[in-house]
Ligand binder design. Structure first.
Ligand code: HEM
Length: 456
């Protein structure tokens, strides 16, 4: 590998330079897409605890150890900002979402939004999502007669989970009983926004993903503005209404524009992340049927309907979920941009540099986890507690002031879907099946995880 320095270190600063390969951006990106785990391991062997990669001309500094990831996420010197980094990636479609705000403004908005995620509201969301999710899982495209005549088609679980979580978002987040065609129109607008955020052609050229994303954003804005007066008028238990009425301890509330921007962002933040987690859990439970059975056995001892107080009793599902989030973190990184000259663990970062704390740097690090490529949910038991080796050994929900606000919501949704799935079906993949991930956007299986399902 060629060795190139990111920037000249100011004389007398006592800081170290950061090195990378100096290879063209396209090569670096291809390497990352193809096999990010190997790429990170090789970089660590060549450059130590920090490096930079060239992503289509943008240089991203990547800490390769847990201390470096912590420094980025905690941002103690307030030297890193979210908006100039996330904004570059998804700002055209998710502008003014809370993750794209910084410092005082972010704090102001977060304190109001937090009111929508209190225990009382979470209990309400959980209660409302139960019947809907039970019904959706019951109607997955698996029929006994199809399965028993041996001609059952494989079910693409990624697609199924995607649809279920989108419908859940419409019902629980929006609290609107939309006709199917209208629900599909909104879902499509939303999917177009997500797809566009990560597209390579980033111009409004008709027919491109980017243009569809811009049109989708417009559909979503019009939709939320149309329904907003009714939500303001009456308090209902859905997130949309809760955000309309949320008030921070200081008495601050959201403007109409804030509510619309936050709704569009939260829908996005909640959707693919939960879908990927469910798909990863399903994959490992298909590859390791003993874990599927173990989770099912526990589900059978618990009531079919999950309550907020019984969530913690799903200990097996909990470990499987944590291990799945470790092996395939749905949000690969926390991108930031330095707004002043700064440092990470004694390495010089000039103002304007992009940095990213990448989950898999820690999640697959043999210095932190025993046999990190192995699916081993028991590493999260109290006795082994491998995740406690470092505060950032396990970081699928990020950290610092931007730490995922929906992490409890996500766990409720994921456990409810999995509990219902385990009680109704058994699913499997051929013994030699290994999924291949597409890392070009969020990490999803290229084949959308085809499984054979059998109704119990
Ligand atoms: C397993 C599912 C999920 C994962 C892995 C996940 C992961 C993350 C991560 C890593 C961040 C931090 C990004 C950063 O600092 O740059 C984040 C932020 C966020 N997440 Fe999640 N998320 C999940 C589910 C959800 C759900 C269900 C919701 C909403 C109900 C949600 C709402 C948010 C919001 C609003 C933020 C921005 C917080 C802020 O900037 O203050 N997430 N999420």
């Amino acid at each position: 590998m060629r060795r190139k320095q990111l920037a000249t270190v100011p004389a007398g600063s006592g800081l170290e330079p950061i090195h990378g390969t100096g290879d063209p951006g396209v090569l670096e990106v291809l390497r990352f897409f193809r096999d990010p785990i190997t790429m990170v391991a090789k970089r660590r062997a060549s450059y130590g605890d920090i490096t930079y990669i060239n992503s289509f001309g943008l240089k991203f500094v990547i800490p390769l150890n847990a201390d470096g990831c912590e420094a980025v996420a905690m941002n103690r010197e307030k030297a890193f900002a979210n908006e100039p980094a996330w904004g570059f990636l998804i700002g055209s479609f998710f502008r003014r979402g809370i993750m794209l705000m910084d410092f005082e403004e972010h704090r102001y908005h977060r304190r109001i939004m937090q009111q929508a995620f209190t225990n009382t509201h979470l209990k309400g969301y959980l209660q409302d999502m139960q019947p809907m999710l039970a019904d959706r899982v019951a109607h997955l495209p698996v029929g006994d007669n199809v399965a028993s005549n041996g001609t059952a088609d494989d079910v693409r679980l990624l697609d199924e989970f995607k649809q279920v979580t989108l419908d859940l978002a419409l019902e629980i987040f929006l609290g609107l009983d939309l006709p199917r065609a209208e629900a599909d129109r909104i879902n499509k607008a939303f999917v177009d926004c997500v797809g566009a955020g990560l597209s390579i052609i980033r111009k409004n050229i008709p027919g491109t993903r980017w243009a569809r994303g811009l049109a989708g954003r417009k559909v979503l804005e019009d939709f939320f503005y149309e329904h907003l007066p009714a939500k303001r008028a009456t308090a209902t238990p859905d997130l949309f209404s809760v955000l309309c009425h949320a008030q921070s301890d200081e008495g601050h509330t959201f403007t109409d524009e804030d509510v619309v921007n936050h709704m569009i962002f939260v829908l996005m933040a909640a959707h693919d992340t939960s879908t990927i987690t469910l798909t990863t859990m399903a994959y490992y439970m298909a590859r390791y049927p003993q874990w599927q059975e173990k989770a099912r056995e526990q589900s059978r001892t618990l009531p079919p309907e999950i309550s907020y107080d019984t969530l913690d009793e799903f200990t097996v599902l909990d470990r499987i979920m944590k291990e799945s989030l470790r092996l395939n973190a749905p949000v690969p990184g926390l991108p930031r941009r330095a707004i002043e000259d700064t440092e990470i663990c004694g390495h010089y970062i000039p103002k304007g540099t992009y940095v990213a704390a990448i989950g898999l740097v820690n999640h697959h690090n043999p210095a932190l986890w025993s046999d990190p490529e192995r699916f081993d949910p028991d590493r999260f038991t109290k006795e082994r507690a491998e995740d406690k080796v470092h505060r950032y050994a396990w970081m699928p929900f990020g950290g610092g002031v931007h730490k995922c606000i929906g992490l409890y919501f996500a766990q409720m949704e994921i456990k409810t879907i999995m509990h219902n799935l385990l009680l109704r079906y058994e699913w499997s993949v051929p013994e030699d099946y290994r999924w291949e991930l597409d890392n070009s956007t969020l990490p999803v299986p290229k084949d959308r995880l085809p499984v054979r399902m059998r109704a119990l």
